[in-house]
Design a protein around this ligand. Structure first.
Ligand SMILES: C[S@@+](CC[C@H](N)C(=O)[O-])C[C@H]1O[C@@H](n2cnc3c(N)ncnc32)[C@H](O)[C@@H]1O
Length: 207
């Protein structure tokens, strides 16, 4: 990252996200009486690490990805890394967030970083917001609720082309297993490797 404005916003957001453990506690208390819901994490970042952000940034630039799609904006930390990369490749990021207040805050953070012209924040369920108005995808980042990785991936598969890259975070969580099995067992179409210490799965589409 070599843009001072972007670095300043990211520093502030990563520092604030370090307090997530306090906010997660509040969300978890509600889940004692009913199943956990995305709204329980309205105030929580749950972000990628700085190292992952830099890795995503590098991958988008190396791959010269233009049409980047992100599932799970939260407050926009990962989106800022992706947007700074597409500023350099001449592309655009489409990102989507279920919770309106988070999407609003994300857009503010992206604007503070001077990157809003490179980002389309779609508010709502990714299974609806990413169903239409999508160009062929060069780079897909999966980081929303884990049980949706596979259905969303299947919905977007017809937008992939040879060279499309898919980076899926949190592959150490049980709910990502179906997605992992699907991609890893389809070796003719997808070649994958675990990255970031096994936390994420990076996949390249062959055709
Ligand atoms: C792990 S956080 C994303 C963190 C973000 N990528 C970052 O690194 O800063 C996951 C986010 O996905 C959102 N989400 C969950 N289910 C979703 C859905 N069906 N459609 C859109 N967003 C969803 C959650 O509200 C949450 O803010």
């Amino acid at each position: 990252m070599d843009n001072i404005k972007v670095e300043k916003v990211l520093r502030h957001l990563h520092d604030d996200a370090k307090k997530d453990y306090l906010r997660i506690g509040k969300g978890m208390i509600k889940s004692i009486i009913r199943p956990i819901q995305p709204a329980d994490f309205e105030k929580v970042y749950l972000p990628i690490t700085e190292e992952q952000g830099k890795e995503l940034h590098k991958l988008v630039i190396e791959n010269q990805s233009k049409n980047v799609v992100e599932f799970g904006t939260s407050f926009g930390i990962s989106t800022i890394y992706l947007a700074d990369a597409v500023r350099q490749t001449g592309g655009k990021v489409i990102t989507t967030e279920l919770i309106e207040s988070k999407a609003k805050k994300a857009l503010q953070n992206i604007t503070d970083a001077g990157l809003n012209q490179y980002v389309d924040v779609r508010v709502g369920d990714a299974m609806k917001t990413l169903r239409e108005n999508l160009e062929p995808i060069d780079f897909l980042f999966l980081d929303g609720w884990k049980d949706l990785y596979l259905p969303l991936f299947k919905m977007l598969e017809n937008k992939f082309h040879a060279g499309t890259m898919i980076y899926a975070d949190n592959m150490d969580m049980a709910a990502t297993r179906l997605y992992g099995n699907y991609v890893l067992n389809n070796k003719q179409k997808y070649s994958s490797q675990f990255v970031d210490g096994g936390k994420a799965l990076l996949t390249a589409c062959a055709a």
